[in-house]
Structures are given as structure tokens and as C-alpha cells.
Design a protein around this ligand. Structure first.
Ligand code: GDP
Ligand code: GDP
Length: 464
């Protein structure tokens, strides 16, 4: 499992030399698309048995130019934000300079983990400089020589525990969706009716998404029951969790934390833009997506975009209206919300809409039930026998049209996938089947098999 290591420091301390050593000189320029100036070099690094991504923020000439200073700062910040570990390089022969202090400051505020390396310390050189580096307050400096390959064993020992830790964090994987059902078999859905239930080994993967200030952090904190997400940078150079595994009212869940990610990155000026990107990313990792609305400003453009994305990606969706404690006329507001939901998100028809107060904790039990139900439905398997009895009843109640006097026949139906449920109908003259009939079937499936909200995929296969 790999992690990202950024090499950071002022010019001329030996960053490129170290980058080349970790990456191997020949491979140093991994991503040099012609014509595109890349400010951050990336390479596949190795040290002993460790494999990681190295990002080198070098290659910037220090010019007396304000804009360059600004650019360098931005680049460094980007490298730091993207990295799991920052290797902060200083020149042990020169000792700590004002420019080093400047970088140290950035690292103290933003980095998840910092390892200080006093470079050019081959032989006895640079002992004083290495000692000075203690004063930066970023931990014990390693003495290394990038050019001569000294101190690499110390660097290895410093990285191993971090690598383990990030391996554990990175266990978060995209869920297995679109699971194929066994071939041709008519399975009984009662057989493994409990198989979908989340377990400690296989927790339900949940993302809470929504516009900034909707109350995501407050909600997640309430669920996990402690202030784990809000450990600010003041608390030191700790890394906020990207996902938290917790027990939410008896259900093991892994909550993908976008809010915490954003807070950690501290890109306050770009909050709007980033939260959408974060949200989209979270959706990919999630099985169930909670779209958290701020009841004062519900269904904003951002909420709609992410909800729509969740549906297209085939995730189960639960909509939760937060800050319900602020509402005076609750029944009236609920009607408004329901109306807006139907109008703005028709593709999520029937998805649960629950009201909560993340602050007081009221409604969390409703939210829990809705999540669990959505997940169960998302995993639902319906036996072929039941489906075909159902199909017969549906076509009898409301036969498909007969364009040009030739009746469309829906012959046979089976579920081919779960997560989300997908069905195939064998039929004749599929191309003539009106969309309204498709909707009739999908809505019927939802109603008759109690599958509100989950994305349902219905395919038709032509049999001539
Ligand atoms: P960067 O600007 O931080 O990327 O620094 P470079 O990697 O380009 O190195 C700057 C200078 O320091 C070059 O002349 C290197 O040869 C030299 N240098 C790098 N590492 C070492 C080292 O471990 N010992 C000594 N003596 N010189 C080094
Ligand atoms: P995030 O940006 O989505 O993570 O939102 P936060 O969790 O940081 O919350 C934004 C603001 O809304 C904070 O001031 C919270 O105290 C407040 N807030 C969150 N949930 C509720 C709630 O249920 N009721 C009320 N009245 N305020 C809330």
C-alpha cells in the first residue's frame, strides 16, 4: 500500500538530489508531458521494501520577485496538502535560515506528518546545522547526505511506521458495486436475507455530503460521539482521519469524512469549489450517500449536483434536512421540502427524506433506519419466479402497446445484479417500447417490492 511523500524546502538544499535518489535517476521525470510545464515532479519512489509516490517541489529558482514567491508558496502548499508525509530538507552546512523558518511555518500549519532531514551531512559536516534544526520544533532531524546516500537507513526507519499507518487508512476502498448474480439460477431471496447486513469486517460505507455549513461535521461528530474530526491544526501535526469506523446505533459504519478533509486542508478561500470535488470523491467510496441539506437553504445547486451524481453512480441515497430545531412551522416546512424534492430530484423518487438536528441529536434514529433500509434495498435480490409472476400481473393490468398491430411481448424477466438492483426483460420489438412503459415498470418494481429511492436499472433484450 502506498503513500505520498513530498520533498519540501528552500532552493539548493538538495531536494532534487534526494528525489533522484529515491526515484532512481533514469525514472526521475515520470510525468513530463511535452509542452506542459510541470511544477511538481512526481515519481515512483522506493526505499528498501517501501514503495511510495514522491513529489518534488524543487525546480523553482529563487528570484527577487513577489509573484514567484507567491507561486512557490502555493506550490509548496499544494504539495503539502496532497502528501501523507512531508520530508522537510534543510542544508546542514548552512544551518537554519530565514527561508527555512518560512517553510517550517507552512508545514506546522498544514502538514499531516513532517520528517526533518538535515542534508549535506556526510562525514562530520553539518553537525551544528542538524542540531539547529531541532529548534524548528518539527521533531528530531535526521542527518542525511542525498548525494552520498548516507542516512537512508534512518529515513527508512522513520517512514516504516507511517507507511503502516497509511496502509491502514487506505484500507478504504471503493465498494464493490454492480455485483453479478450467479448464472442462470433461480435463487431464493429468503435464503440469504441477512447477508447484506453490515458487519465489523464489512462496515456500511457512508458518505455525508452537502454544501459547506450544512452541518456535516456536527452530524458526523454526533454519530461517532466524540470530537474526533475537529482536531484543528493547533493541536499539533496530527492527521485527521479520512474515514472513521464507528458503531452507529448498532450498525458498523465507515464514514467517509469530507468535512474533515476540507478543514484539514484549510483552503478556506476555495471552500465552495473544493467541497463539490470532495463530495464527488466521497460518493465514489460510499455505498449509501446522505445528502445533508441545510433546512434554511435546502436544495441548492450544489446539493442537486451531488445528489444527481450519486444516483448516476448507482449509490443508495438518503436525503436529510438538518437544523430542524430551527424550524417553527415544521409540518408546513416538511410539505415544502417534499414538494421541492419531487420537483428538483425526480430521478430519486421515493428516496427517504428525513429531518434531523445534528446539534441536538434529534432524528438520528430516523436517519439510522433510513440508511439501513436504503442499504438493504440496494442489496436486494428478488427471485426470478417472483419477478415473472409480477411481470405477468403488470402486463395483464396494463398491456404494452401494439404499434402497427404487432404487440410488444415482455416474455421473461430476471435480476442480473445487485448494488444497485438491475433487471433484464426479454422482449420483442424492444425499440418500439415507449419510455412511459419503462417508467411504469420501474415504478411498479419500487412499489411492489418496496424499493424506494434506490437506483433501479432496467434493461431490455430483444428476442425478435
Ligand atoms: P534543490 O534546489 O533543493 O533541489 O537542490 P539540488 O538537489 O539541486 O542540490 C543543490 C546543490 O547541493 C547541488 O550542487 C547538489 O550537488 C548539492 N547537494 C545535494 N545533496 C548534497 C549532499 O548530500 N551533500 C553535498 N555536499 N552536496 C549536496
Ligand atoms: P459543515 O461545513 O457541513 O461541516 O458544517 P458544520 O458541522 O461545521 O456546521 C456549520 C454550522 O451549523 C455550525 O455553526 C454548527 O453549529 C451549525 N449546525 C450544525 N448542525 C446544526 C443543527 O442541527 N442545528 C443548528 N441550529 N445548527 C447546526
Amino acid at each position: 500500500m502506498s503513500f505520498t511523500l513530498a520533498i519540501v524546502g528552500r532552493p539548493n538544499v538538495g531536494k532534487s538530489t534526494l528525489f533522484n535518489r529515491l526515484v532512481g535517476k533514469k525514472l526521475a521525470l515520470v510525468d513530463n508531458q511535452p509542452g506542459v510545464t510541470r511544477d511538481l515532479r512526481e515519481g515512483a519512489g522506493r526505499l528498501g521494501d517501501l514503495r511510495f509516490i514522491v513529489v518534488d517541489s524543487a525546480g523553482l529558482e529563487m528570484v527577487d520577485d513577489d509573484s514567484l514567491q507567491g507561486r512557490m508558496r502555493r506550490l509548496t502548499e499544494r504539495a503539502v496538502d496532497e502528501a501523507d508525509v512531508c520530508l522537510f530538507v534543510i542544508d546542514a552546512r548552512t544551518g537554519v535560515t530565514a527561508a527555512d523558518e518560512y517553510f517550517a511555518e507552512i508545514l506546522r500549519r498544514r502538514a499531516r506528518h513532517v520528517i526533518v532531514a538535515a542534508n549535506k551531512a556526510e562525514g562530520k559536516a553539518g553537525e551544528a546545522g542538524a542540531l539547529e534544526a531541532y529548534a524548528l520544533g518539527l521533531g528530531e532531524p535526521l542527518r542525511i547526505s542525498a548525494e552520498h546516500g548516507e542516512g537512508m537507513d534512518d529515513l527508512y526507519r522513520a517512514l516504516v511506521p507511517l507507511a503502516d499507518r497509511f496502509a491502514a487508512d487506505n484500507v478504504l476502498q471503493e465498494p464493490e458495486t454492480d455485483v453479478d448474480l450467479p448464472e442462470g439460477g433461480d435463487f431464493d431471496d429468503e435464503d440469504d436475507s441477512e447477508a447484506w447486513r453490515p458487519t465489523a469486517d464489512r462496515p456500511l460505507q457512508l458518505a455525508v455530503i452537502g454544501r459547506p455549513n450544512a452541518g456535516k461535521s456536527t452530524l458526523i461528530n454526533k454519530i461517532i460521539g466524540e470530537d474526533r474530526l475537529l482536531t484543528g491544526p493547533e493541536a499539533g501535526i496530527t492527521r485527521d482521519a479520512i474515514s472513521v469506523t464507528t458503531d452507529f446505533m448498532g450498525t458498523p459504519m465507515r464514514i467517509f469524512d469530507t468535512a474533515g478533509m476540507r478543514k484539514k486542508a484549510r483552503v478556506v478561500d476555495k471552500v465552495e469549489k473544493l467541497s463539490v470535488a470532495d463530495g464527488l470523491r466521497a460518493v465514489r467510496f460510499a455505498e449509501v450517500v446522505v445528502v445533508l441539506l441545510d433546512v434554511e437553504v435546502p436544495f441548492e445547486q450544489q446539493d442537486l449536483r451531488i445528489a444527481d451524481f450519486a444516483e448516476t453512480e448507482g449509490r443508495a441515497v438518503v436525503v436529510a434536512a438538518n437544523k430542524w430545531d430551527l424550524e417553527e412551522d415544521k409540518p408546513q416546512k416538511l410539505n415544502e421540502l417534499r414538494e421541492a424534492f419531487e420537483r428538483l430530484l425526480p430521478q430519486l423518487r421515493g428516496a427517504p427524506l428525513v429531518t434531523v438536528s445534528a446539534r441536538t441529536g434529534k432524528g438520528l434514529d430516523r436517519l439510522h433506519s433510513a440508511i439501513l433500509k436504503a442499504y438493504e434495498v440496494w442489496n436486494r435480490r428478488i427471485s426470478t419466479a417472483k419477478l415473472n409472476r409480477w411481470l405477468e400481473a403488470m402486463t395483464e393490468a396494463h398491456p404494452p402497446p401494439a404499434p402497427g398491430g404487432r404487440r410488444i411481448r415482455l416474455r421473461y424477466m430476471t435480476q442480473v445484479k445487485t448494488r444497485p438492483p438491475a433487471f433484464v426483460v426479454m422482449s420483442t420489438h424492444v425499440d418500439k417500447l415507449p419510455e412511459s412503459y419503462e417508467r411504469y415498470l420501474i415504478n411498479g418494481l419500487r412499489a411492489d417490492f418496496d424499493m424506494p429511492g434506490t437506483p433501479i436499472r432496467l434493461h431490455f433484450r430483444d428476442q425478435g
